[in-house]
Design a protein around this ligand. Structure first.
Ligand code: NCD
Length: 308
């Protein structure tokens, strides 16, 4: 069998994605059945960019499967500071681990690594490009709470330009029938043209709006809030101008649909007021738990481990 990596959510067909999500749902129901499946296996987490959730979620996922983890959590604490390339680093990681998750500020760095790797490489976020494991997490959350991935109207709000989770989620959900998008962002932070063209090529209905209000939220099944990606701005003044553009608060939630769930990949800054946290429609902390199951299922899938 050829070695498989995960760079973009489209690396898995819809059928493979469904199978993976079914596996994640079974892990949620029967965690003990999976608790020793990866005994003796090692996951390396190579994080050249800060992360709390993604890295710890990967590590928790491998530990829940009985495996072990090693790695680094910043470029400063790796040989990258000495000038080592990701291609060289992955060659040695191949000698230490069975599977690897990599986050990197440069778009395409995990792909470069995968070309020289002897073990499956998972893209844990590459610059403002893609974040496929957050998408698996988001899809599992939507499917578990809404019961479906088709026939959904999804609002994505905030930094749609640099927000890699948004790019991955749009490309993945665009494969399901009856899905439409409302893209809510300031002019300067609209989705990149390749994302817009991708939707057009598939005839996916979408609208681009600036305001987050009752009219924009009407009919939404999901509102996906995002953080303005400070680290990808070229100057501080632009960031400061944009950072509090959207704040979802109790008042806005009072005019939102009754059955609209609110998701956020986290970390949140100001874009969701803490007074929304107790609203039953606020599902972003549940989303974190789904992320662990989704990553457990992904590790098993890429390591080709079947559990009866
Ligand atoms: C996201 C990311 O890193 O792109 N975080 C995450 O992985 N949960 C979103 C963000 O940082 O805003």
């Amino acid at each position: 069998m050829a070695l498989r990596h995960l760079m973009s959510p489209l690396d898995f067909s819809v059928e493979e994605t469904e199978k993976l999500l079914d596996l994640a749902a079974d892990i949620e129901k029967n965690p003990e059945k999976y608790s020793h499946v990866c005994d003796g296996k090692i996951l390396a987490t190579l994080f050249y960019e800060p992360s709390t959730r993604t890295r710890l979620s990967f590590e928790a996922a491998m530990m829940n499967l009985g495996g072990k983890v090693l790695g680094f959590h910043s470029a400063d604490s790796s040989s990258a500071t000495k000038g080592e390339s990701v291609s060289d680093t992955i060659r040695l990681i191949t000698c230490y681990a069975d599977i690897c998750a990599m986050r990197h500020p440069k778009e395409g760095a995990p792909l470069v690594a995968s070309l020289k790797s002897g073990i499956p490489v998972i893209n844990g976020g590459d610059g403002g490009h893609q974040h496929p494991t957050q998408t698996l997490t988001d899809m599992m959350t939507i499917r578990s709470i809404k019961g479906r991935l088709d026939n959904l109207k999804i609002g994505l709000c905030g930094d749609l330009k640099f927000g890699r989770t948004v790019h991955s989620l749009i490309s993945s959900l665009s494969r399901y029938p009856g899905v439409s998008f409302v893209l809510i962002s300031p002019e300067e932070l609209r989705v990149p043209s390749y994302v817009r063209e991708g939707m057009r090529a598939k005839n996916i209905p979408f609208e681009e709006v600036v305001k987050l209000d009752e009219t924009t939220m009407a009919g939404l099944d999901v509102l996906y809030m995002t953080r303005v990606q400070k680290e990808r701005f070229f100057n501080e003044a632009d960031y400061v101008r944009m950072k509090d553009f959207y704040i979802l608060d109790k008042e806005k939630m009072s005019v939102a649909p009754e059955d609209m769930i609110v998701l956020h990949p986290l970390p949140r800054v100001n874009e969701i007021s803490v007074d929304v946290d107790d609203d039953p429609r606020a599902c972003y902390f549940r989303q974190v738990q789904y992320g662990v199951y989704a990553r457990m299922a992904l590790i098993l899938t890429l390591l080709e481990m079947e559990v009866e």
